[in-house]
Design a protein around this ligand. Structure first.
Ligand code: NAD
Length: 427
């Protein structure tokens, strides 16, 4: 797509993630089967959105209020599924967009879920562990009418983890009067979690990078990789690339950017962060100005932090051959047009980071059947699903001369809307 073809609203400075999602749907709507056209409007309208007040007593005795959200974007193909984010910038618009991307993602990897997402506008770094627990429990209680193992199944996202899921599972179970492990995924292993879940998103990022490399005649071994974000997704992605012989030349997190052209030792960086609380000053690494991160000459760039990180201000600087979107929505439409003009391949979020929800699906199935699989089995099944999804998207993109994102949206939207059309309209 040519940069100049973007609609005028895209050119405004900050259109927000929900407008970006709508734009992505708009791009593919005319390409869908005529029988599905009348149903496209359902994708533009989240099925239900809940805004909740989450009051908690702080450790100092005062009461604080936080705003929480849970959105079911679409449940045509099954119960809602999507993570819970704790971040100071969470808004309803952001949660709507993230839930929309979950709808498409779950359809792209063909797991029987709709799209959902939740979050609380809070800076979790300001809360103690017990305050976090009270907030999580009150939030879970406030959204309990929307969640359930066959209704909507939350999972971790930014600043939430297995412990958060354990508190959610316990709170929901107390309300039900029985232990309901299947209400959340990404739980600790001791509570019905799945082997392989914590690395699953990073593993999926790596599998899609490997598949892209194969088709672009690139070799992972010896390739240079830059990663933004060193949390669940960024750390596991970096580790998978390094294990395959790639050199991780730079990593950026909220505290700054570290750089080592010879390759960062991921285990040593993790240990350094554990000891100091940050990445800067890690052995063998120099500190790079944050704005220089995007211009680094590399083979793979993995944004694995927040939305809209690659935008019109820095897209022209990107010197990577392939961007693999570990984060949701890291590339704005304006940036994507610039990157396309410059021949950068973008493996879109709805494919690249779908490994997490794929293993969440395995976890949910294991909880229902109370029968647990080996890690080898989980990793092999994950690899197969991601490889097949990648292949279908790559072939469609090549056949119809479209971007990988548009191809992923055509496949995802078609599956959702086929379910919607076949179910028909109630009443
Ligand atoms: P996380 O909280 O574990 O890690 C987030 C990382 O991003 C941290 O290293 C943090 O320092 C960094 N970060 C935050 N703000 C930053 C900034 N302004 N600049 C640079 N770095 C910054 O979160 P996560 O679970 O790894 O999620 C990261 C992204 O991946 C999000 O977009 C999330 O929606 C997406 N995602 C997560 C999963 C999952 O299974 N956890 C699955 C699919 C997609």
């Amino acid at each position: 797509m040519n940069h100049t073809q973007l609609p005028s609203y895209i050119s405004s400075e900050n259109i927000g993630p929900w407008r970006i999602f709508l734009h992505q749907v708009e791009q593919v709507a005319p390409l869908l089967e005529p029988a599905l056209q009348p149903w496209v409007e359902t994708l533009r309208r989240p099925k239900r959105s809940l805004i909740v007040d989450v009051p908690i007593r702080l450790d100092n005795g005062e009461i604080a209020h936080f705003e929480g959200y849970r959105v079911h974007h679409n449940t045509s193909r099954g119960p809602g599924k999507g993570g819970i984010r704790y971040h100071q910038d969470v808004t309803l618009s952001e949660v709507m967009a993230l839930s929309g991307w979950m709808t498409i993602k779950n359809a792209v990897v063909n797991v029987p879920f709709g799209g959902a997402k939740g979050g609380i506008r809070v800076d979790p770094r300001q809360l103690s562990q017990s305050e976090l627990e009270r907030m999580t429990r009150r939030y879970t209680s406030e959204i309990s009418s929307m969640i359930g193992p066959d209704k909507d199944i939350p999972a971790p996202d930014m600043n939430t983890n297995a412990q958060t899921m354990a508190w959610m599972m316990d709170t929901y179970s107390m309300g039900e009067g029985r232990t309901v492990t299947g209400v959340v995924t990404g739980k600790p292993l001791a509570l019905g979690g799945s082997l392989g879940r914590s690395d699953a998103t990073g593993r999926g990022v790596f599998v899609t990078a490997r598949e892209a490399a194969r088709r672009l005649n690139m070799v992972i071994e010896g390739s240079r990789v830059a990663v933004q974000g060193f949390g669940n997704v960024g750390e596991a992605s970096a580790r998978m690339f390094a294990q395959a012989g790639a050199r991780i030349i730079a990593i950026q997190d909220v505290g700054g950017t570290v750089y080592n052209p010879a390759g960062i030792d991921i285990a040593a960086l993790k240990a350094h962060r554990m000891a100091t609380g940050g990445l800067l000053g890690a052995p063998g690494c120099e500190t790079l100005a944050n704005e220089d991160f995007w211009a680094l000459s590399c083979d793979f760039l993995v944004p694995a932090a927040l939305e809209s990180q690659i935008n019109r201000h820095n897209a022209g600087l990107v010197a990577a051959r392939v961007i693999v979107e570990g984060a949701n929505g890291p590339t704005t439409p304006e940036a994507e047009a610039i990157l396309a003009d410059r021949g950068v391949t973008v493996v879109p979020d709805v494919l690249a980071n779908a490994g997490g929800v794929t293993v969440s699906y395995f976890e949910w199935v294991q909880d229902f059947s109370s029968f647990f699989w080996s890690e080898e089995e989980i990793n092999a099944r994950l690899d197969r699903i991601m490889t097949e999804a990648f292949d279908a998207i790559w072939r469609l993109a090549a056949e119809r001369g479209m971007s990988l994102r548009s191809a992923a949206f055509v496949i995802g939207c078609s599956r959702v809307l086929e379910a919607r059309a076949t179910r028909g309209l109630y009443p």
